[in-house]
Design a protein around this ligand. Structure first.
Ligand SMILES: C[S@@+](CC[C@H](N)C(=O)[O-])C[C@H]1O[C@@H](n2cnc3c(N)ncnc32)[C@H](O)[C@@H]1O
Length: 352
């Protein structure tokens, strides 16, 4: 049995069944054995557990960089540009190619990723959490596939009302224990998912809202670009029959989160309506777009057309190797635009 598993059991024996968000936080971020902390390699890479848009093609980061550049010009002051959950740094690296006159920082909870990011940005530009960033008058924050990992509470709509699923230990295995929901958890479901059918499982995303509130509170003005899988509350409703909680490991869906704690990514579909609501409550402007539309507005479909023309020109010249290379580059760009794949991700833009 791993030390993390023993510590989880000890905590349950000591305090009683754990809220799922506490269990998830230990599984992902425990300093010694958490999924993100203990990795020997950066998780978001071809050699890791999942491949993200910036890992597929540098054109993704370059397009986001063009957006960041526009926001920086609009601000009329030197911006601080921060990627939160920067992983290998592939997104930051590609954004930097498009943006001059801004100070780049990375925030990363994983030490192995921070080491890689320090090589890219310098040791004074990489921190572990957003509250460690130096003060900035205008901050542009980009977070790709971060919010889906922020720990969630789990609730089921039962015949008798809402019940919170906590993590218990039977002596042999972890299992869900049903309890009366904590007041803030019940308030969240009543506000965001009051009409889901009996039997629905809802992931309560209070942590994501707290993170957004903290981010907005940390700088007097800024823009956040939050990209992730998920949808509006309405779009998620059909997925709530069984809930969207799942794990990933080695590029595949992983085992139940109770098996091998700390060995798989635990993730959910982001409820963007809740984040829109939070932003509005804080007086920020917010809009929700699809990734394919957002990237198209930043010229990525033109990039595809340009690459197609280059492919044709190389074919005419008989340069088969060159044509294959450009074709592969073009297919990668099409991958991040695919309407039923990465293009179906959502982009939340928040300005304050
Ligand atoms: C799915 S990866 C995405 C990496 C990168 N953004 C990309 O698109 O390739 C999520 C990253 O966020 C980091 N992370 C997760 N929660 C975090 C948090 N609360 N603060 C900072 N980094 C976090 C993880 O260590 C991991 O490197």
């Amino acid at each position: 049995m791993t030390d993390l598993k023993q510590r989880l059991i000890a905590r349950i024996e000591d305090q009683g069944p754990l809220p799922f968000d506490e269990y998830q936080a230990m599984c992902l971020y425990d300093a010694e054995e958490g999924f993100f902390s203990a990795a020997a390699d950066v998780r978001s890479s071809y050699g890791g557990d999942f491949v993200t848009s910036p890992e597929v093609t540098a054109h993704f980061g370059a397009a986001i960089g063009r957006y960041v550049k526009g926001e920086s010009i609009r601000a009329g002051t030197r911006s601080q540009v921060v990627e939160v959950g920067a992983g290998s740094g592939s997104l930051t690296d590609a954004m930097r190619s498009e943006v001059t006159g801004a100070d780049f920082y990375a925030v990363e909870s994983s030490e192995v990723a921070r080491r890689q990011l320090r090589e890219l940005l310098g040791s004074d530009r990489v921190v572990e959490s957003i509250d460690e960033l130096p003060a900035a008058q205008h901050r542009i924050t980009v977070a790709n596939e971060l919010v889906d990992n922020i720990p969630v509470a789990l609730v089921i709509r039962a015949d008798e009302g809402w019940v919170e699923q906590r993590v218990g230990w039977s002596g042999n295995e972890f299992g869900f224990v049903h309890e009366i929901p904590r007041p803030d958890v019940e308030e969240w479901v009543e506000r965001h998912t009051p009409s889901v059918p009996i039997g629905s499982q809802v992931e309560v995303q209070l942590g994501a809202q707290t993170w957004l509130r903290e981010l907005i509170g940390l700088s007097p003005a800024g823009t956040a670009v939050i990209i992730d899988y998920g949808g509006t509350t309405e779009e998620l409703e059909t997925r709530r029959t069984t809930g969207t909680l799942r794990t990933y490991r080695g590029h595949h869906l992983g085992p139940h989160p109770f098996l091998d704690p700390g060995r798989s990514d635990i993730t959910v579909d982001v409820d963007f309506s809740a984040l829109l609501d939070e932003a509005a409550g804080l007086g920020a402007e917010a809009e929700l777009l699809r990734q394919d539309d957002f990237l198209s507005s930043l010229g990525l479909r033109d990039v595809v057309s340009g690459l197609r023309r280059t492919e044709l020109a190389l074919a005419r010249e008989g340069d088969v190797m060159g044509q294959m290379r450009v074709r592969s580059e073009r297919v990668d760009v099409e991958t991040v635009l695919h309407p039923r794949g990465l293009g179906d991700f959502r982009v939340l833009i928040v300005r304050w």
